[in-house]
Design a protein. Structure first.
Length: 538
């Protein structure tokens, strides 16, 4: 155990040193000395005050009032289309894995209250389909959709075309092969046996190569950027691309962390893949889309940088609170709890910017599909993160540990936060890549209400079940079978909520395919929730 902890601390120290060097570089290049004007770098000249929400470029609300402004808008259109093939490859793959992961997820949920369901086949046992669900939605849907969104936004942030898109496409092909082999291995009973790390390490090599190929165009585009200052979204995206390879390589190193040390590394990775990989992708996307749709910059740019660096400082040791009471040193658990509570700093700074920027403009939620999804996702980031800080406290953890409460919390973060932002980003991106508006307004509305009501039922039922379950488990006089039976109605409610979410995913996928095929009638106006909604300057 001691060598493992020492290794983790050394790695953390090295990563912190790299972070410190980046901080010094950012100060030396005046990244921190920028005033609130830095928040306006995402707008083309003269664009501030004009909303951009979803419309093809040729009918966008802002075309430029002079030659310079018009050239800037045209350059953005060129930048958007430079990433078209790569973005569509990653997003299309992500939606396929979303559907596959959803199927395994709903089957896993049914088995929690009806264990006889598909019990005659080893291929459909809970121990196989549940990790297949987890890996399909984490590495298939969330990771691939997140990378697709980043491939679209990076050229916009750097105001230049995407370089080397073919490398990103090749990376997507290799990543998909890894997904197929990984899920197939789990289905055959070949698993590393650790949550979030079930894929055999031999297959993990494909993700390293696929992710590495995808990083090439992003880093080359960064080097060729036409902006001096890196907008805060760029910091989140680039940091995620640096953090994830370290996390993935260390956690998947074979035969290096046996026994209890493996559990320590397991949860160090599992929480960091959320906080240092997909969370930066979600936050960075929201930092771009919310001000762009509203046509106004975030309210405090310096606060956004504080939020980024505090996330980098506090998140790396958060995951150990998942094994409170395990055979690990008490000081390590205490360190994790302190880091978990300190995570309230970046969460609050992000909340101030996201929700403060929205203040006075909530009426736009009635019209904009992208804004509604993204803002609700940002709101759920605030809620789930503060809930996580509370859950790390020993007095709370003693009740929630090993209960359904933890599963509900995980879905609040991974789904209500991240997936909602990714849904919104796809609604923003697709009209710009396909030169076609979303065909059916009602399908967007149906998708929203299915997934929103679904995750609400899902979260409330599991949170309630988990809390009651935890209290009952603390009572030595309560028979375990009685506790199991008590949770069954809540688990049935979870299946209901999950079914609504799956239906929403099917609607979303059908509409996505319709966009690719240019279905429906050509329109010269954006597809908004309200038919007669008029875009106005903010």
């Amino acid at each position: 155990m001691t060598p493992t902890i020492a290794l983790l601390l050394i790695i953390t120290f090295l990563l912190s040193t790299v972070g410190l060097l980046l901080l010094i570089w950012s100060i030396a290049t005046n990244q921190f000395s920028q005033s609130q004007a830095a928040a306006r770098t995402i707008f083309t000249p003269g664009e501030e005050g004009h909303i951009e929400d979803p419309a093809r470029e040729e009918v966008s609300s802002f075309q430029g009032e002079n030659k310079v402004q018009h050239e800037a808008v045209t350059a953005r259109w060129i930048a958007d289309h430079s990433s078209k093939s790569a973005v569509l490859t990653w997003l299309s793959s992500a939606i396929v894995w979303l559907l596959i992961g959803s199927m395994y997820g709903i089957f896993s949920s049914i088995k929690m209250h009806y264990p006889e369901f598909l019990a005659d086949s080893q291929w459909w046992t809970f121990g196989r389909i549940r990790p297949m669900h987890l890996n399909a939605v984490t590495y298939g849907w969330a990771s691939m959709a997140g990378i697709g969104v980043v491939l679209f936004l990076i050229p916009r942030l750097f105001k230049t075309s995407l370089r080397g898109a073919k490398y990103a496409i090749a990376g997507a092909v290799i990543w998909n092969i890894g997904m197929l082999l990984g899920l197939g291995a789990i289905n055959m009973g070949l698993s590393d046996g650790q949550e979030w790390l079930e894929f055999p390490w031999q297959i993990d090599i494909l993700f390293v190569f696929g992710g590495g190929l995808c990083a090439v165009p992003l880093l080359v585009t960064c080097a060729k950027r036409k902006v001096q200052h890196l907008y805060v979204s760029s910091w989140y995206f680039l940091a995620a691309l640096v953090w994830f390879p370290f996390l993935f390589f260390i956690a998947n190193a074979p035969y290096l962390f046996p026994g209890a040390t493996g559990a320590t590394v397991n949860w160090w990775f599992a929480h960091n893949v959320l906080g240092l990989w997909v969370t930066p992708l979600g936050i960075g996307t929201a930092y771009y889309l919310i001000p762009k749709i509203l046509g106004r910059p975030i309210i405090s740019y310096k606060l956004s940088l504080i939020g980024f660096w505090s996330l980098a400082l506090f998140y790396s040791q958060v995951g150990i609170h998942h094994i409170i009471g395990g055979p690990i040193p008490t000081w390590l658990v205490t360190l994790s709890i302190v880091h978990s509570v300190m995570m309230s700093v970046p969460v609050i700074t992000v909340a101030i910017n996201h929700h403060g920027t929205m203040w006075g403009h909530f009426s736009r939620l009635k019209d904009s599909p992208t804004l509604r999804f993204v803002w609700i996702g940002a709101l759920m980031y605030t809620v789930s993160s503060l809930q996580g800080s509370m859950e790390a406290l020993r007095s709370i953890n003693v009740i929630t540990h090993f209960t359904h409460y933890t599963v509900g919390h995980a879905h609040l973060g991974m789904y209500a936060f991240l997936s909602f932002i990714l849904f919104g980003a796809v609604y923003f991106i697709m009209p710009r890549l396909t030169d076609w508006e979303w065909p059916w307004r009602r399908m967007i509305s149906l998708h929203f209400w299915l997934v929103a009501i679904g995750i609400l039922i899902y979260f409330v039922s599991l949170t309630t079940a988990g809390w009651l379950q935890g209290l009952a488990l603390l009572d030595a006089k309560t028979p375990f079978l009685e506790i199991v039976q008590m949770t069954i109605p809540y688990l049935q409610a979870r299946t209901l909520g999950g079914s609504l979410m799956v239906l929403g995913h099917i609607v979303f996928a059908v509409h996505f395919v319709a966009m690719l095929k240019h279905s429906g009638r050509a329109k010269n106006e954006p597809t908004l929730f309200r038919v007669n909604a008029q875009e106005v300057s903010s």
